[in-house]
Design a protein around this ligand. Structure first.
Ligand code: 5GP
Length: 122
């Protein structure tokens, strides 16, 4: 029997699982986190499932990592006030649950609003 080893995020990319997709191009997809930890909480995910975490991505395809960061900035400009916190949980001990590299983009909408520092390590 074949097992489906694709990640949850690959299944979202393939439209097998619904998500609130806010951006997509040939290299990355971005959608709203199902359990938001900030007023704006988006996930930016490379379409390739070949990198488990940001350390693997940085070593294997630094240009794609730069694309993830540039996408985060563009989305923070579009969905929030342009400032954002970028989090890559790396390893189960750091809270990573989906082993398909993804950036959490946390931000607050509206001029003058900001994230609370206390949210950093929740
Ligand atoms: P990690 O803990 O691996 O850094 O982040 C995984 C994130 O994926 C979590 O913040 C979690 O809320 C989010 N998540 C888990 N399942 C789903 C889902 O089915 N849809 C969406 N949009 N987000 C999900």
């Amino acid at each position: 029997m074949e097992t489906d080893e694709r990640s949850l995020f690959s299944r979202i990319i393939d439209r097998e699982i619904p998500a609130d997709i806010v951006y997509e191009d040939d290299e990355v997809i971005a959608f709203r986190d199902i359990a938001p930890k900030a007023p704006v909480h988006l996930l930016v995910v490379p379409k390739t499932g070949q990198y488990r975490d940001v350390a693997e991505l940085a070593a294997g395809d630094p240009a794609l990592l730069a694309t993830v960061v540039a996408t985060a900035k563009r989305l923070a400009d579009e969905h929030a006030n342009g400032d954002f916190r970028l989090i890559f949980n790396t390893g189960a001990g750091a809270g990573q649950t989906v082993f398909h590299v993804h950036a959490h983009v946390l931000s607050a909408p509206g001029e003058g609003n900001s994230l609370e520092e206390g949210n950093l390590a929740d």
